[in-house]
Design a protein around this ligand. Structure first.
Ligand SMILES: Nc1nc2c(c(=O)[nH]1)N[C@H]1C(S)=C(S)[C@@H](COP(=O)(O)O)O[C@H]1N2
Ligand SMILES: [Mo]
Length: 376
Protein backbone atom coordinates (compact mmCIF):
# COMPACT_ATOMS: atom_id res chain seq x y z
CA UNK A 1 0.00 0.00 0.00
CA UNK A 2 1.39 3.37 -1.00
CA UNK A 3 1.57 6.37 1.25
CA UNK A 4 -1.23 8.87 1.26
CA UNK A 5 -1.12 10.92 -1.94
CA UNK A 6 -2.35 14.40 -2.74
CA UNK A 7 -5.52 14.21 -4.81
CA UNK A 8 -7.25 16.59 -7.16
CA UNK A 9 -10.61 16.49 -5.48
CA UNK A 10 -10.59 17.12 -1.72
CA UNK A 11 -7.95 19.39 -0.31
CA UNK A 12 -6.01 17.90 2.56
CA UNK A 13 -5.57 21.50 3.75
CA UNK A 14 -6.17 25.11 2.87
CA UNK A 15 -3.30 27.39 1.94
CA UNK A 16 -2.68 30.55 3.94
CA UNK A 17 -3.57 33.73 1.96
CA UNK A 18 0.08 34.62 1.20
CA UNK A 19 1.33 31.04 0.70
CA UNK A 20 2.82 30.20 -2.71
CA UNK A 21 1.99 27.14 -4.77
CA UNK A 22 3.34 23.93 -3.19
CA UNK A 23 4.92 20.78 -4.62
CA UNK A 24 1.66 18.79 -4.43
CA UNK A 25 -0.16 21.45 -6.43
CA UNK A 26 2.71 21.65 -8.94
CA UNK A 27 2.55 17.87 -9.41
CA UNK A 28 -1.11 18.21 -10.39
CA UNK A 29 -0.69 21.38 -12.42
CA UNK A 30 2.07 19.88 -14.58
CA UNK A 31 0.07 16.79 -15.59
CA UNK A 32 -3.29 18.48 -16.11
CA UNK A 33 -3.96 21.49 -18.32
CA UNK A 34 -6.59 24.12 -18.99
CA UNK A 35 -8.12 25.71 -22.09
CA UNK A 36 -6.01 28.59 -23.43
CA UNK A 37 -8.72 31.25 -23.16
CA UNK A 38 -8.21 32.46 -26.74
CA UNK A 39 -9.69 29.06 -27.73
CA UNK A 40 -13.07 30.33 -26.45
CA UNK A 41 -13.32 31.59 -30.03
CA UNK A 42 -14.19 28.11 -31.35
CA UNK A 43 -17.65 26.54 -31.12
CA UNK A 44 -15.96 23.15 -30.70
CA UNK A 45 -12.58 23.16 -28.94
CA UNK A 46 -9.78 22.10 -31.34
CA UNK A 47 -7.90 18.86 -30.57
CA UNK A 48 -5.47 19.20 -27.68
CA UNK A 49 -6.91 22.49 -26.39
CA UNK A 50 -9.78 20.98 -24.34
CA UNK A 51 -8.88 20.99 -20.62
CA UNK A 52 -7.68 17.71 -19.10
CA UNK A 53 -8.03 16.44 -15.55
CA UNK A 54 -6.83 13.01 -14.45
CA UNK A 55 -6.67 11.97 -10.81
CA UNK A 56 -4.43 8.93 -11.38
CA UNK A 57 -2.46 7.50 -14.34
CA UNK A 58 -3.86 7.43 -17.88
CA UNK A 59 -4.43 3.72 -18.65
CA UNK A 60 -2.56 2.36 -21.69
CA UNK A 61 -5.10 1.08 -24.22
CA UNK A 62 -3.64 -0.30 -27.50
CA UNK A 63 -5.67 0.42 -30.67
CA UNK A 64 -7.03 -3.11 -31.16
CA UNK A 65 -8.23 -3.66 -27.57
CA UNK A 66 -11.78 -5.11 -27.65
CA UNK A 67 -12.47 -3.47 -24.24
CA UNK A 68 -15.05 -5.55 -22.39
CA UNK A 69 -17.80 -3.46 -20.76
CA UNK A 70 -20.05 -5.14 -18.18
CA UNK A 71 -23.59 -3.99 -17.33
CA UNK A 72 -24.25 -5.73 -14.04
CA UNK A 73 -25.92 -5.56 -10.61
CA UNK A 74 -29.68 -5.13 -10.21
CA UNK A 75 -30.56 -6.03 -13.81
CA UNK A 76 -32.59 -8.92 -15.26
CA UNK A 77 -30.01 -9.71 -17.99
CA UNK A 78 -26.38 -8.79 -17.23
CA UNK A 79 -24.61 -7.67 -20.42
CA UNK A 80 -21.07 -8.41 -21.55
CA UNK A 81 -20.38 -6.02 -24.38
CA UNK A 82 -17.29 -4.93 -26.25
CA UNK A 83 -16.61 -1.90 -28.44
CA UNK A 84 -17.96 -3.60 -31.57
CA UNK A 85 -21.22 -4.43 -29.75
CA UNK A 86 -21.56 -0.82 -28.62
CA UNK A 87 -21.03 0.48 -32.15
CA UNK A 88 -23.97 -1.70 -33.29
CA UNK A 89 -26.38 0.32 -31.09
CA UNK A 90 -27.94 3.52 -32.52
CA UNK A 91 -25.36 6.29 -32.16
CA UNK A 92 -26.06 9.78 -30.87
CA UNK A 93 -23.77 12.83 -31.20
CA UNK A 94 -24.09 15.67 -28.67
CA UNK A 95 -22.13 18.90 -28.32
CA UNK A 96 -21.29 19.35 -24.64
CA UNK A 97 -19.41 21.96 -22.61
CA UNK A 98 -17.50 20.19 -19.86
CA UNK A 99 -16.23 22.07 -16.82
CA UNK A 100 -14.31 20.84 -13.78
CA UNK A 101 -16.15 21.34 -10.48
CA UNK A 102 -12.95 22.89 -9.10
CA UNK A 103 -12.69 25.53 -11.82
CA UNK A 104 -11.71 28.87 -10.29
CA UNK A 105 -10.49 27.44 -6.99
CA UNK A 106 -6.95 28.90 -7.26
CA UNK A 107 -8.46 32.40 -6.96
CA UNK A 108 -10.16 31.65 -3.63
CA UNK A 109 -9.03 32.77 -0.18
CA UNK A 110 -8.20 30.58 1.65
CA UNK A 111 -7.12 28.47 -1.32
CA UNK A 112 -7.95 24.75 -1.33
CA UNK A 113 -4.68 22.86 -1.95
CA UNK A 114 -5.67 20.94 -5.09
CA UNK A 115 -5.51 21.29 -8.89
CA UNK A 116 -4.97 25.08 -9.09
CA UNK A 117 -7.38 26.16 -11.82
CA UNK A 118 -7.85 29.89 -12.48
CA UNK A 119 -10.92 29.83 -14.79
CA UNK A 120 -9.73 27.67 -17.69
CA UNK A 121 -10.97 24.17 -16.70
CA UNK A 122 -13.51 24.05 -19.53
CA UNK A 123 -13.89 22.85 -23.11
CA UNK A 124 -16.52 21.88 -25.65
CA UNK A 125 -16.56 18.69 -27.70
CA UNK A 126 -18.91 16.65 -29.84
CA UNK A 127 -19.26 13.24 -28.25
CA UNK A 128 -20.62 10.22 -30.10
CA UNK A 129 -21.85 7.09 -28.39
CA UNK A 130 -24.75 4.99 -27.19
CA UNK A 131 -27.46 6.50 -24.99
CA UNK A 132 -26.98 4.88 -21.59
CA UNK A 133 -30.74 4.35 -21.28
CA UNK A 134 -30.64 1.94 -24.27
CA UNK A 135 -28.01 -0.23 -22.56
CA UNK A 136 -29.95 -0.17 -19.28
CA UNK A 137 -33.20 -1.06 -21.11
CA UNK A 138 -31.47 -3.98 -22.82
CA UNK A 139 -30.23 -5.22 -19.43
CA UNK A 140 -33.60 -4.65 -17.75
CA UNK A 141 -33.21 -2.49 -14.65
CA UNK A 142 -34.89 -3.99 -11.54
CA UNK A 143 -37.56 -1.81 -9.85
CA UNK A 144 -35.47 -1.48 -6.67
CA UNK A 145 -32.63 0.34 -8.50
CA UNK A 146 -31.32 3.39 -6.62
CA UNK A 147 -27.97 4.28 -8.20
CA UNK A 148 -25.99 3.35 -11.28
CA UNK A 149 -22.29 3.02 -10.50
CA UNK A 150 -19.60 3.67 -13.12
CA UNK A 151 -16.07 2.29 -12.74
CA UNK A 152 -13.03 3.52 -14.64
CA UNK A 153 -9.93 1.46 -15.41
CA UNK A 154 -7.65 3.90 -13.56
CA UNK A 155 -6.92 3.66 -9.87
CA UNK A 156 -4.89 5.08 -7.05
CA UNK A 157 -4.69 5.58 -3.31
CA UNK A 158 -7.08 7.91 -1.48
CA UNK A 159 -6.71 8.47 2.26
CA UNK A 160 -4.57 5.33 2.46
CA UNK A 161 -7.02 3.09 0.57
CA UNK A 162 -6.31 1.74 -2.94
CA UNK A 163 -9.34 2.13 -5.18
CA UNK A 164 -10.69 2.53 -8.72
CA UNK A 165 -12.09 5.85 -9.95
CA UNK A 166 -15.82 5.37 -9.34
CA UNK A 167 -18.82 7.66 -9.46
CA UNK A 168 -22.56 7.02 -9.43
CA UNK A 169 -25.64 8.73 -10.83
CA UNK A 170 -29.14 8.43 -9.40
CA UNK A 171 -31.01 5.74 -11.42
CA UNK A 172 -33.55 8.25 -12.77
CA UNK A 173 -30.76 10.50 -14.08
CA UNK A 174 -28.97 7.51 -15.67
CA UNK A 175 -32.15 6.45 -17.49
CA UNK A 176 -33.31 9.99 -18.32
CA UNK A 177 -33.42 11.88 -21.59
CA UNK A 178 -32.94 15.47 -20.24
CA UNK A 179 -29.99 15.26 -20.38
CA UNK A 180 -29.37 12.11 -22.33
CA UNK A 181 -26.35 10.37 -20.79
CA UNK A 182 -23.98 8.79 -23.33
CA UNK A 183 -21.46 5.98 -23.26
CA UNK A 184 -19.15 7.71 -25.73
CA UNK A 185 -16.49 6.17 -27.97
CA UNK A 186 -15.74 9.18 -30.17
CA UNK A 187 -14.75 12.79 -29.53
CA UNK A 188 -15.10 15.24 -32.44
CA UNK A 189 -15.56 12.34 -34.86
CA UNK A 190 -12.40 10.42 -33.88
CA UNK A 191 -11.73 7.68 -31.30
CA UNK A 192 -11.29 9.16 -27.81
CA UNK A 193 -7.73 10.37 -27.17
CA UNK A 194 -6.02 8.55 -24.26
CA UNK A 195 -6.33 11.49 -21.86
CA UNK A 196 -10.06 11.87 -22.53
CA UNK A 197 -10.93 8.24 -21.71
CA UNK A 198 -9.89 5.96 -24.57
CA UNK A 199 -11.75 3.89 -25.56
CA UNK A 200 -14.97 4.64 -23.60
CA UNK A 201 -16.27 7.33 -21.28
CA UNK A 202 -19.48 8.50 -19.75
CA UNK A 203 -20.84 11.90 -20.86
CA UNK A 204 -23.43 13.50 -18.57
CA UNK A 205 -24.42 16.77 -20.30
CA UNK A 206 -24.85 19.69 -17.90
CA UNK A 207 -23.03 17.99 -14.99
CA UNK A 208 -19.60 18.94 -13.70
CA UNK A 209 -16.63 16.94 -14.97
CA UNK A 210 -16.29 14.39 -12.13
CA UNK A 211 -19.48 12.61 -13.31
CA UNK A 212 -18.07 11.90 -16.80
CA UNK A 213 -16.18 8.71 -15.89
CA UNK A 214 -13.30 8.02 -18.30
CA UNK A 215 -11.86 4.59 -19.28
CA UNK A 216 -15.29 3.18 -18.42
CA UNK A 217 -15.17 -0.58 -17.85
CA UNK A 218 -18.24 -1.38 -15.71
CA UNK A 219 -21.78 -0.13 -15.21
CA UNK A 220 -23.50 -1.59 -12.12
CA UNK A 221 -27.08 -0.95 -11.02
CA UNK A 222 -27.33 -0.90 -7.21
CA UNK A 223 -30.19 -0.92 -4.69
CA UNK A 224 -28.24 1.20 -2.20
CA UNK A 225 -26.68 4.64 -2.66
CA UNK A 226 -22.98 4.52 -3.58
CA UNK A 227 -20.77 5.93 -0.82
CA UNK A 228 -17.27 5.57 -2.30
CA UNK A 229 -14.52 8.19 -1.97
CA UNK A 230 -15.25 10.24 -5.12
CA UNK A 231 -18.96 10.36 -4.17
CA UNK A 232 -19.12 10.86 -0.41
CA UNK A 233 -15.72 12.27 0.54
CA UNK A 234 -14.72 14.25 -2.55
CA UNK A 235 -17.08 16.52 -4.50
CA UNK A 236 -19.19 17.63 -1.53
CA UNK A 237 -19.93 21.23 -0.61
CA UNK A 238 -18.63 21.72 2.94
CA UNK A 239 -17.77 24.70 5.13
CA UNK A 240 -16.15 22.49 7.80
CA UNK A 241 -14.12 19.32 7.29
CA UNK A 242 -16.42 16.96 9.27
CA UNK A 243 -19.67 17.84 7.50
CA UNK A 244 -21.53 15.39 5.23
CA UNK A 245 -22.04 18.18 2.69
CA UNK A 246 -24.27 18.48 -0.37
CA UNK A 247 -23.16 16.59 -3.50
CA UNK A 248 -21.75 18.49 -6.49
CA UNK A 249 -24.01 17.90 -9.52
CA UNK A 250 -24.90 20.38 -12.29
CA UNK A 251 -22.82 23.22 -13.73
CA UNK A 252 -23.63 26.70 -12.38
CA UNK A 253 -23.99 29.52 -14.96
CA UNK A 254 -20.73 31.12 -16.05
CA UNK A 255 -19.52 33.54 -18.74
CA UNK A 256 -15.90 34.02 -19.78
CA UNK A 257 -14.27 36.65 -21.96
CA UNK A 258 -12.07 35.90 -24.89
CA UNK A 259 -8.98 37.87 -23.85
CA UNK A 260 -9.08 41.17 -25.81
CA UNK A 261 -6.03 42.71 -27.45
CA UNK A 262 -2.68 41.09 -26.67
CA UNK A 263 -0.92 40.08 -23.45
CA UNK A 264 1.76 41.88 -21.53
CA UNK A 265 4.01 38.83 -21.23
CA UNK A 266 4.95 39.17 -17.56
CA UNK A 267 1.86 40.68 -15.91
CA UNK A 268 -0.64 38.94 -18.22
CA UNK A 269 -2.56 42.23 -18.34
CA UNK A 270 -4.26 42.63 -21.70
CA UNK A 271 -3.16 45.56 -23.85
CA UNK A 272 -5.53 47.30 -26.30
CA UNK A 273 -5.46 50.44 -28.42
CA UNK A 274 -8.02 53.25 -28.01
CA UNK A 275 -11.21 53.06 -30.07
CA UNK A 276 -13.68 50.26 -30.81
CA UNK A 277 -12.71 46.96 -29.13
CA UNK A 278 -15.20 44.20 -29.88
CA UNK A 279 -15.60 42.00 -26.79
CA UNK A 280 -16.77 38.43 -27.07
CA UNK A 281 -16.81 35.26 -25.07
CA UNK A 282 -18.83 32.17 -24.19
CA UNK A 283 -21.47 31.43 -21.58
CA UNK A 284 -23.02 28.17 -20.40
CA UNK A 285 -25.17 26.64 -17.69
CA UNK A 286 -26.03 23.07 -16.73
CA UNK A 287 -28.79 24.33 -14.46
CA UNK A 288 -31.53 26.50 -16.00
CA UNK A 289 -31.05 27.50 -19.65
CA UNK A 290 -29.21 30.81 -20.13
CA UNK A 291 -31.33 33.95 -20.08
CA UNK A 292 -28.64 36.56 -20.75
CA UNK A 293 -25.09 37.82 -20.43
CA UNK A 294 -24.02 41.24 -19.15
CA UNK A 295 -20.67 42.98 -19.50
CA UNK A 296 -18.95 45.46 -17.19
CA UNK A 297 -15.96 47.55 -18.26
CA UNK A 298 -15.62 49.36 -14.92
CA UNK A 299 -14.79 46.62 -12.40
CA UNK A 300 -18.42 45.57 -11.88
CA UNK A 301 -19.87 49.01 -11.10
CA UNK A 302 -22.16 49.19 -14.15
CA UNK A 303 -23.45 46.39 -16.39
CA UNK A 304 -24.62 46.34 -20.01
CA UNK A 305 -26.60 43.67 -21.82
CA UNK A 306 -24.45 41.69 -24.29
CA UNK A 307 -25.81 40.04 -27.43
CA UNK A 308 -26.22 36.32 -26.66
CA UNK A 309 -26.28 34.12 -29.75
CA UNK A 310 -28.81 31.26 -30.08
CA UNK A 311 -27.79 27.77 -28.92
CA UNK A 312 -28.13 26.27 -32.41
CA UNK A 313 -30.03 23.34 -30.90
CA UNK A 314 -27.14 22.38 -28.61
CA UNK A 315 -28.71 22.87 -25.17
CA UNK A 316 -25.63 21.61 -23.30
CA UNK A 317 -22.96 23.57 -25.18
CA UNK A 318 -21.63 27.07 -24.51
CA UNK A 319 -23.09 30.01 -26.46
CA UNK A 320 -21.19 32.88 -27.98
CA UNK A 321 -21.91 36.43 -26.79
CA UNK A 322 -20.52 39.77 -27.94
CA UNK A 323 -20.52 43.41 -26.91
CA UNK A 324 -19.05 46.50 -28.57
CA UNK A 325 -16.75 48.44 -26.28
CA UNK A 326 -14.97 51.71 -27.01
CA UNK A 327 -11.69 51.74 -25.12
CA UNK A 328 -10.24 54.96 -23.71
CA UNK A 329 -6.60 55.33 -22.60
CA UNK A 330 -5.89 54.06 -19.07
CA UNK A 331 -6.55 51.00 -16.91
CA UNK A 332 -9.84 49.09 -17.06
CA UNK A 333 -11.22 45.92 -15.57
CA UNK A 334 -13.56 43.86 -17.75
CA UNK A 335 -16.08 41.27 -16.57
CA UNK A 336 -18.97 39.26 -17.97
CA UNK A 337 -21.71 37.48 -16.06
CA UNK A 338 -24.31 34.95 -17.11
CA UNK A 339 -27.83 34.59 -15.72
CA UNK A 340 -30.05 31.56 -16.20
CA UNK A 341 -33.80 31.39 -16.78
CA UNK A 342 -34.39 30.79 -13.05
CA UNK A 343 -32.46 33.93 -12.08
CA UNK A 344 -29.25 32.24 -10.93
CA UNK A 345 -26.27 34.41 -11.70
CA UNK A 346 -22.58 34.85 -10.87
CA UNK A 347 -21.44 36.48 -7.63
CA UNK A 348 -19.01 39.40 -7.40
CA UNK A 349 -17.85 38.20 -3.97
CA UNK A 350 -16.34 34.72 -3.82
CA UNK A 351 -18.63 31.85 -2.85
CA UNK A 352 -16.53 29.53 -0.72
CA UNK A 353 -16.45 25.89 0.37
CA UNK A 354 -13.53 23.69 1.41
CA UNK A 355 -13.07 22.04 -1.98
CA UNK A 356 -13.56 25.28 -3.92
CA UNK A 357 -16.28 23.57 -5.96
CA UNK A 358 -19.09 25.08 -8.08
CA UNK A 359 -17.45 28.48 -7.74
CA UNK A 360 -18.65 30.76 -10.50
CA UNK A 361 -17.19 34.02 -9.22
CA UNK A 362 -17.25 36.71 -11.92
CA UNK A 363 -14.03 36.77 -13.98
CA UNK A 364 -11.96 39.99 -13.82
CA UNK A 365 -9.75 40.87 -16.78
CA UNK A 366 -7.32 43.77 -16.25
CA UNK A 367 -6.80 45.77 -19.45
CA UNK A 368 -4.39 48.59 -20.22
CA UNK A 369 -5.52 50.86 -23.05
CA UNK A 370 -2.58 52.68 -24.63
CA UNK A 371 -2.49 56.38 -25.52
CA UNK A 372 -3.10 57.07 -29.21
CA UNK A 373 0.11 56.22 -31.12
CA UNK A 374 1.79 54.63 -28.05
CA UNK A 375 3.61 51.27 -28.39
CA UNK A 376 2.72 48.37 -26.03
N1 LIG B 1 -11.81 7.41 -14.72
C1 LIG B 1 -11.71 8.73 -14.49
N2 LIG B 1 -12.67 9.55 -14.95
C2 LIG B 1 -12.61 10.87 -14.73
C3 LIG B 1 -11.54 11.43 -13.99
C4 LIG B 1 -10.53 10.56 -13.53
O1 LIG B 1 -9.54 10.99 -12.92
N3 LIG B 1 -10.64 9.22 -13.79
N4 LIG B 1 -11.53 12.79 -13.73
C5 LIG B 1 -12.86 13.45 -13.74
C6 LIG B 1 -12.81 14.90 -13.62
S1 LIG B 1 -12.63 15.51 -12.04
C7 LIG B 1 -13.01 15.73 -14.68
S2 LIG B 1 -13.06 17.41 -14.45
C8 LIG B 1 -13.21 15.17 -16.04
C9 LIG B 1 -12.22 15.80 -17.02
O2 LIG B 1 -12.46 15.32 -18.31
P1 LIG B 1 -11.44 15.67 -19.49
O3 LIG B 1 -10.05 15.38 -18.98
O4 LIG B 1 -11.85 14.82 -20.62
O5 LIG B 1 -11.62 17.13 -19.77
O6 LIG B 1 -13.05 13.77 -16.08
C10 LIG B 1 -13.62 13.08 -15.00
N5 LIG B 1 -13.58 11.66 -15.24
MO1 LIG C 1 -12.84 17.78 -12.17
Amino acid sequence: MGQRLADASTPARLAAPDEGIGRDELALATRNHGLPLEALRYDVTPPGLHYVLTHYDIPYVPDDTPWPLAVAGRVARPLHLDLADLRAFPAVTTRVTLECAGNGRALLTPRPVSQPWLVEAVGTAEWTGVPLRLLLAEAGVEPDAVDVLFTGADHGVERGVEQDYQRSLPADVAMGTEPEVLVAYAMNGAPLPPQHGRPLRLVVPGWYGMAHVKWLREIAVTDVPFTGFQQSVAYRLRQESGEKGEPVTRIAPRALLLPPGFPDFMSRTRVVRPGPVPLEGRAWSGQGPLAGVEVSTDAGRTWHEAELEPDGGWRWAWRRWHYDWTATPGEHELSARATDAEGRTQPLEQPWNRGGFVNNLVQRVPVLCLEPGEEG
